[in-house]
Design a protein. Structure first.
Length: 404
């Protein structure tokens, strides 16, 4: 009769002879095996290995309703106190966190540190013993706190469909679900944010490796390792900025027909014409600045690394936004000959090319800083100056500000 390994999260070994360095022996003696019926009845079950504290065996807990990330429990108090007394509620929440939740957080920190030490097999014996004593002391204090709490636990069980179909679904779901990920420092990340950060970093590393591989095969000179590291850092920083974009913000961006564009250029609006030139992973940026009433126009050129033409066009618009913000402009119009980028910024949606979304989200984060921002599509024949500046910047790796 076959069984399904439930798997585990936490330290690998569940038994140790508690000796020093070369004499230490660690084994995984405990594991959880469930039948198909049991896995069907408890689809969210999981096994957790806790660090070894006061015995040679690690506590092993089988949770039939393991949650990946528990929500913060609501605060409850007497209705007569909480009614229309928001300050009292906030003060009680702060008091509860300072006196009780800190103890719980410190206990979790000690357990994580102990798990890390026991997974290293190094010379941490004295620190390991001290942490074990600290955990026992904290657990004694937490026991007194939990004696005053009486939570009601229950497990919701639903009706089963066909046995074969439901068992296959449960096994596949268990295989595909990610409860925790161990990072390079052998620390288990269980929160959604931690797992997402590691996944994003891994994707950035693979993307950089793939691009460097292509350059090494198809280019005469392979890129240096420092370039790959710089690209990975750039990608990770861009993705981390995505969470800062306010999805509820609805800027006043209008798609204006070409025939009425000239009516918008009053004495307070500054017009930007931008373009990008892309080849072999290098983007040249050309920006033309037309101030109202000025006899000449300003221009700026720069070059940067990019992965595709779409990202290069977004980098050009981002350069214009940064230029306007540094110059304390309030109302601007940005003209580009990339209809895809203009439509995406006007609709605030970019369903294609996930790799370009970090730069796109950074452009969106600049929009609330201005009184008004308008994105307009113009034909390439009208954007020849910016196009020439971009081609020149890419060919000569220029970074230049001048008057045209």
């Amino acid at each position: 009769m076959g069984g399904i390994d439930v798997g585990f999260i936490g330290p690998t070994f569940t038994w140790s002879n508690c000796r020093n360095l070369g004499d230490r022996v660690c084994k995984r003696l405990d594991r959880a095996i469930g039948s198909a019926d049991w896995c069907t009845q408890f689809p969210l079950a999981g096994l957790t290995h806790h660090p070894i504290i006061s015995s040679d065996h690690a506590p092993v807990i089988l949770d039939t309703h393991m949650q990946q990330q528990r929500t913060k429990p609501p605060f409850r108090f007497l209705e007569v106190v909480t009614r229309k007394l928001s300050k009292t509620t906030r003060a009680l929440k702060r008091w509860n966190w300072q006196h009780f939740e800190i103890c719980d957080r410190e206990l979790n920190r000690l357990r994580d540190r102990l798990s890390f030490i026991q997974s290293q097999m190094g010379s941490y014996c004295e620190e390991e013993k001290q942490i074990q004593l600290d955990i026992l002391d904290k657990e004694f204090k937490m026991e007194r706190i939990w004696k005053q709490k009486s939570p009601e636990l229950w497990i919701s069980q639903g009706d089963c469909n066909s046995k074969f179909f439901h068992t296959s679904t449960i096994v596949r779901r268990r295989r595909n679900h990610v409860w925790a990920i161990q990072d390079d420092n052998e620390i288990w990340r269980r929160s959604r944010h931690g797992i997402g950060t590691l996944a994003t970093t891994s994707a950035c590393v693979l993307e950089a490796i793939w691009n460097c591989r292509n350059k090494a095969i198809f280019c005469t000179s392979p890129p240096p390792p420092e370039e790959a590291i710089r690209l990975i850092s750039k990608r990770a920083m861009e993705f981390s900025m995505m969470s800062e974009v306010n999805n509820n913000y609805d800027p006043c961006i209008n798609q204006v027909p070409v025939q009425v564009q000239q009516q918008m250029y009053d004495e307070n609006v500054v017009c930007f014409q931008v373009d990008a030139s892309f080849a072999d992973g290098v983007a040249g940026i050309g920006v033309v600045v037309k101030r109202p009433g000025a006899a000449v126009s300003e221009s700026c050129q720069s070059s940067c690394l990019a992965f595709n033409v779409l990202e290069a066009e977004l980098e050009a618009i981002l350069s214009a936004l940064e230029y306007a913000w540094n110059d304390r402009m309030q109302s601007i119009v940005i003209q580009s000959d990339s209809k895809i980028v203009v439509d995406a910024l006007n609709l605030k949606e970019m369903p294609m090319a996930w790799g370009s979304y970090p730069v796109f989200s950074k452009c969106l984060s600049f929009i609330p800083k201005f009184s008004s921002v308008t994105f307009i599509f113009i034909p390439r024949s009208v954007n020849t100056v910016a196009d020439g500046l971009a081609s020149q910047a890419r060919a000569h790796h220029m970074c230049h500000l001048s008057l045209v």
